[in-house]
Design a protein around this ligand. Sequence first.
Ligand SMILES: Cc1ncc(COP(=O)(O)O)c(C=O)c1O
Length: 411
Amino acid sequence: MSDVLLPSAESAYSTPDAQGFYGPYGGTFVPETVMPALGELSAAYAEAMADSAFTDELAYLLRDYVGRPSPLYRADRLAEAVGLGAVYLKREDLNHTGAHKINNTVGQCLLAKRMGKKRVIAETGAGQHGVATATTAALMALECAVFMGTEDIRRQALNVYKMHLLGAEVVPVADGNGTLAEAVTAALRHWVERVDDTFYVIGSALGPHPYPQMVREFQSVIGSETIAQLAEKSVPRVDAVVACVGGGSNAIGTFHPFLTDVPSDHRPLLVGAEAAGLGLDTDKHGAALTMGSPGVLHGFYSYLLQDEAGNPLEAYSISAGLDYPGVGPEHSFLKDAGLVRYESVTDAEALAAFSLLTRTEGIIPAIESSHALALLPRLAAEIGPEGVVVVTVSGRGDKDMDIVREAGLGV
Ligand SMILES: Cc1ncc(COP(=O)(O)O)c(C=O)c1O
């Protein structure tokens, strides 16, 4: 597939085509009844982004409510421990509600209000997108229901409680593994029935067009700020930029500005970290890009962990935000085009990276983000001791305390 894509890669990735395809990936594979709602959403989104009243309000909320720009912090003790010249951490963990997810929910909920919707729904895995949606819904006086798998409800009890406090309804989804994939299916099904009065706030850069593009644009603030902050700090060279990939929103938000705004001869290596769970040689992982093949799930065509009949397989990761069997379509495109490299990280490697950042810098990261941090020693071996690497710390670890305690850390 790369042969077809490569010649046009540089021009094609910045915007999908009119049908929402990034090369062969993306599109709108949904029931006919949803098509008018997606068309209405595309039009409202394009109109909003061209209206300075909308973009100014978004910028204001990102600054004064979310707390942006998030710092770009030089983590010297971590760099020394992994054998790199410098490591810069993009601190999305310091955002209000503790992760990057709120960049997107503020954008989508503002759009929902502008479209006259009174009610929003969301799906959540780690609970961070659910909390961010419930938070933004409270702020904007929107009714809110969050679909969540029963296993994730167990793993992320604190976030479930927060959603309740914020006034959201948490709808348990017991199908399959009781994780993110089933929550997305249930939310999409519900949306089909309530499309007239309900806005679906999708939490990652996936789903039918225009969601992958919209979420990418709301999250691109991460990469744009990083580029500006590197310049402010007079960092002359960056060798690699790393982010974890679940559905792919913090990664695409980090990478996209490097792909569009940095000339290719100055562009750092872009590396996404997927969940290898208990190992790629087991069936317990979430490495859709490394181990999957293209197929359709949740309204879009992309790399997918699937059986021979095309049924999605159950993904696994210690982190609730990375155990999705698919991945956003733009990542599939970037993989085939060779513009981003994707590697996988086991639970054990992620836990080791979690401990390392905690002990060297006093920063407790989310386990999702720990997957990105786990690539640092590998990059040090590849780039050498002068190497300069940026890592997006997509969220803070508070929500993961029970999981790391169960895994035996800190005892
Ligand atoms: C802190 C954190 N990082 C990363 C992710 C993965 O999502 P995405 O790949 O869309 O950034 C999640 C998902 O819940 C999360 O909570």
